[in-house]
Design a protein around this ligand. Sequence first.
Ligand code: NIG
Ligand code: FE
Length: 409
Amino acid sequence: MKLIGPFSQILTLRHLPLRGALADDQLEVIENGGIIVRDGIIDNIGSYTELLRNHQGDQEVIQEPSVLLPGWIDSHTHICFAGSRSKDYAMRIAGKSYLEIAKAGGGIWDSVQQTRNASRDELSEGIVQRVIKHQENGVTTCEIKSGYGLNTDKELKMLEAIRNADQKVAADLISTCLAAHMRPKDFDGHNQAYLEYLLKELLPKVKAKNLSQRVDIFIEESAFSPYEAETYLLQSKKIGFDITIHGDQFSTGGSAVAVNVGAMSVDHLEASSEPEIQMLSKADIVCTALPGASIGLGCPFTPARRLLDGGACVSIASDWNPGSAPMGDLLTQAVIISTFEKLSTAEVFAGITYRAAAALGLNDRGILQPGKLADMIAFPTVDYREILYHQGQLKPSTVWKRGSQIKEI
Ligand code: NIG
Ligand code: FE
């Protein structure tokens, strides 16, 4: 049992609703707080002086004035990849279209070829390096998708690389099978045949090897139609997978499928308009904004303000990937969407903690409360508002995973 503190402020993020708008005065702020951790789990939280009075065990004394929060949760990334798409990026910022970039050999298919050519260990090492950067920025749980393999062997290789990396880093890595990212150019058949192939050949192996519990699909004109996706997802659900969806990024249709199939989250939503917003606000689903993709593509942001005002559960994730979102800085991106969408500090923090946990179906983390994981970050400041004010440049001084300091920092 260990007492950690004192902290100038502890933001617990507890006692807040899962859905809807949040005001900053709803945040619980414990001034001069402390936290007791036992076996990686929060045992008690409150006034440091009070906790110290009754405490018998070890102490981890925090010398620098700090604000403590739950560790960030990034619920949507594609950080299992090889190579770079800097050529795409240069063309895109210079105004080239999606089609022109694809014709020049860019796009998702380029990453598929580079990733197929990499060994499992090379992929795993790439993930480890990216997760270490994420940990330095305060991320203690990170979802990672496959989706640059696009055949049975190469998708399994990606999911195995994610599992190997998970054993090497402190953060928890949650894998998702995104074999339905696009139909690979070397597949002999139509979309439906490719999805049937995945259902028959790949997903049973993913289940048997316990490589992932989640299935994702990209619903878009350039990828899979809502109709094709719905059949695939209902079958995937039957095999026992949880569902998440790339939907409404450039055109609508994906969010309705997500609601129909009972997906845990629907991510992107940049193209969602009033009917979709109304539907999502009432549905039992997490809506994930991906500002990194909006910044990377020069596209509108997810209408997070309207979704929250409608009563939706909105999380914010990085979408870190080699194509549309190469930055991979969750906090900076969350700050940027907040200035454009007019989000409160409470809404931003909720979006990258407990609401992101809900997107992954995890109820053991994302808030600081007895019984939850002691995944925590301390920022070197006395006022929590400084964190967003510095727009991602104020970095955590300490990050704990299950109560232990992450040493890579
Ligand atoms: O979430 N939208 C589809 N997939 C990714 C992009 C992947 C890529 O360009 O490599 C996304 O933005
Ligand atoms: Fe994505």
